[in-house]
Design a protein around this ligand. Sequence first.
Ligand code: DON
Length: 305
Amino acid sequence: MELLLSELISKNRYWTSFGRVATYIPELKNADQNALGIAVVDMDGNIYKAGDYDTKFTIQSVSKPITLMLALMDYGPEYVFEKVGMEPTGDPFNSMRKLETINPSRPLNPMINAGAIAVASLIKGKDNQEKMNRILGLFRKLSKNPSLDINENVYFSEKKTGDRNRSMAYFLRDVGVIEGNVEDILDLYFMQCSIEVTCEDIAQIGMFLANHGLVKETGEQYVPKHITQIAKTFMVTCGMYDASGEFAIQVGVPAKSGVGGGIMCAIPNKMGIGVVGPALDKKGNSIAGVKMLHELSKQLNLSIF
Ligand code: DON
């Protein structure tokens, strides 16, 4: 396996020069444009890694299916899906144009920014600190990495420049989708996006989803199976934004990407995969990461369809 992964890295690294690192969050432009790394965790817990697997990056939108699971555990699907829809948008992840045109007004799904901000408003806790501790605790547990933490530079950078998200959040309060202090909700969202990880961390989280919420070592059902199914279904239909259809055809696995360059895949009953490649394509997905997953899926016959 490690040999195969190393070959895929060598073969696909040149794609990194065709993408661009995200710059709209200023701190992200310090990422290494040419980095490419991968980690695979199988059902027995074996870990295989290749390339720049040590590269640290912020989790960004890869966090969205995970915080969705927390909101679903806190409030249940019925209430959560009153606030946020279940349909793909076909629009970029930060688009706001459909917010006002659909009736009743609510974000189309929890994988776009507006939807994830609505989800952040549904995390329980007596204050923001407690809510953040619950979010961070969940990521630490699922990644099996107790030292995961926030990259404060990225967090402050996004907080300072996140006016597009800020405008959507205020709009969402105006139409009654979110309640309470908008700046606190945004803070929680910016912090969840700024959790710093490696591709092994997100491969472990992918494995947890692949194993339907069961922690294999302890036999503990940490997240109910039906909630992990909801998260994986959104990963298939909306996880790669307006490239989700093409990704489903070419790779065929539940996946979630982020503008930090991460892609997390959960292949039911098989494996979790984490990829890092900060050079992004036009739709905001890791350009070399997608190419590499396409080939890996073909070689290992991973498509779930
Ligand atoms: O809100 C934002 O724009 C970022 N914190 C996360 C966006 C993201 O990762 C979308 N990814 N492709």
